[in-house]
Design a protein around this ligand. Sequence first.
Ligand SMILES: CC(C)(COP(=O)(O)OP(=O)(O)OC[C@H]1O[C@@H](n2cnc3c(N)ncnc32)[C@H](O)[C@@H]1OP(=O)(O)O)[C@@H](O)C(=O)NCCC(=O)NCCS
Length: 156
Amino acid sequence: MPALANALVRPAEPDDLEAISVLVNFYADLGNLLPRSTNQIAENLEHFIVAEIDSDIVGCASLELFTRNLGEIRSLMVDAEHQRLGIASNLIITLITRARDMDVKRVMALTYVPELFHKHDFRTVDKSIFPEKVWGICINCYKFHNCDEIAVLLEL
Ligand SMILES: CC(C)(COP(=O)(O)OP(=O)(O)OC[C@H]1O[C@@H](n2cnc3c(N)ncnc32)[C@H](O)[C@@H]1OP(=O)(O)O)[C@@H](O)C(=O)NCCC(=O)NCCS
């Protein structure tokens, strides 16, 4: 069992924008995540948190709301050198706390790694229970007709 990384998890700041964009688009190019332009990230920066080690951004994630009661964990990633050290878990726990503080009742995610979310009490569900996501965002995705991501949900 590797030692947990000593990462600082904190809200994203404007100076983090480029590092977040590099991380997101690195994994988007590999097909792990949907691409997001720097402008799209900038517009949502207030929803992002980052994990920092020695002043380097090694991970990020965001909590974005569809409705007052339904939030989505998006753009969750950890750079290749710092994986399996608990950093994504730390990001997820921080966003769950943020959701509770905002009185959001349900948090969902689309993922290729449901095991990670199951560790935090999310359960696998059918994507069709999120029409807000499917018809609001997924419909514009290049994978819309061939989506192989797994939906997970945590009820708070
Ligand atoms: C998926 C990802 C975010 C996980 O980050 P991480 O910091 O390595 O995750 P953690 O260390 O918190 O993992 C906690 C647990 O989740 C599970 N887990 C994490 N990554 C996993 C993987 N690739 N496959 C299966 N289970 C995984 C394991 O149970 C792990 O516990 P263990 O290391 O004791 O076995 C990271 O691998 C990543 O950025 N991948 C590329 C981008 C991506 O796919 N993002 C989408 C996620 S929605």
